[in-house]
Design a protein around this ligand. Structure first.
Ligand code: PEP
Length: 244
């Protein structure tokens, strides 16, 4: 059976003192439950802090991006090997903010996913349409194109990834896809990964998930959990989502 996974994406937020409190509260408030996993993806400089705070707990940690390159003259980049040294279980790739502000193409996202897997890190591959694309009724085409690039690049390693459907219009806006809208896209994604021989790949939903809408979203047949931005910065809210 597919397990449940909730991952916090702190984005470019945090500070040593605030992180210490947040990580401590999350660790103290989370009970190890078979089939349910909780993780936080923190900014690179705080990976060591997350590792120190969480390594003796059942909460995992990861990064919000990874370089497609293994090493060398790529100023500002961080390799999968480096992330592995800090115990990262996950690396988000293809978040819409990376695609939008930093030009990550489908090909680059696929290469990043491959680089992560090469060092034993699970890539959380984000896909999602803009409002314009939804209005133009191209949601399915867009998410299948984004996911397709990764499936093609990874071959049978696709079994080892996580996919997050994050409609761009729902990220940080307070707008959430209805459970039915999200499920419809997840069903499409499920068929796609199943055709690649990986029907059990966890499919997360992300986009203004809060404690009061998480349960309805997570109850849908093909939604296996959530990728949580803003609400992951408050321990009570994040834990309430994780328990949903
Ligand atoms: C995200 O950044 O992945 C996200 C889903 O953000 P938010 O929950 O704030 O919409």
């Amino acid at each position: 059976m597919r397990g449940k996974l909730v991952v916090g994406n702190w984005k470019m937020n945090g500070g040593l003192a605030a992180n210490a409190a947040l990580l401590g509260e999350i660790a103290a408030g989370w009970t190890n439950t078979p089939g349910r996993e909780l993780a936080v993806c923190v900014p690179y400089p705080y990976l060591m802090q997350a590792q120190a705070a969480l390594s003796s707990t059942s909460v995992s940690w990861g990064a919000q991006d990874v370089s497609e390159h293994p090493s060398g003259a790529f100023t500002g980049e961080v390799s999968a090997g480096m992330l592995a040294e800090f115990g990262c279980r996950y690396a988000i790739v293809g978040h819409s903010e990376r695609r939008q502000y930093f030009g990550d193409s489908d090909g680059v996202v696929a290469a990043k996913a491959k680089a992560a897997l090469g060092k034993g890190i699970i890539p959380i591959v984000c896909v999602g349409e803009t409002l314009g694309e939804r209005d133009a009724e191209t949601t399915e085409t867009v998410v299948l194109r984004q996911l397709g690039a990764v499936l093609e690049r990874l071959g049978e390693d696709v079994r080892r990834i996580v996919v997050a459907y994050e409609p761009v219009w729902a990220i940080g806006t307070g707008l959430t896809a209805t459970p039915e809208q999200a499920q419809a896209v997840h069903a499409t994604l499920r068929s796609s990964v199943a055709r690649s021989g990986a029907p059990e790949v966890p499919l997360l939903y992300g986009g203004s998930v809060k404690a009061d809408n998480a349960q309805a979203l997570f109850a849908m047949a093909d939604i296996d959990g959530g990728l949580i931005g803003g609400a992951s910065l408050k321990s009570t809210e994040f834990l309430a989502i994780a328990r949903a």
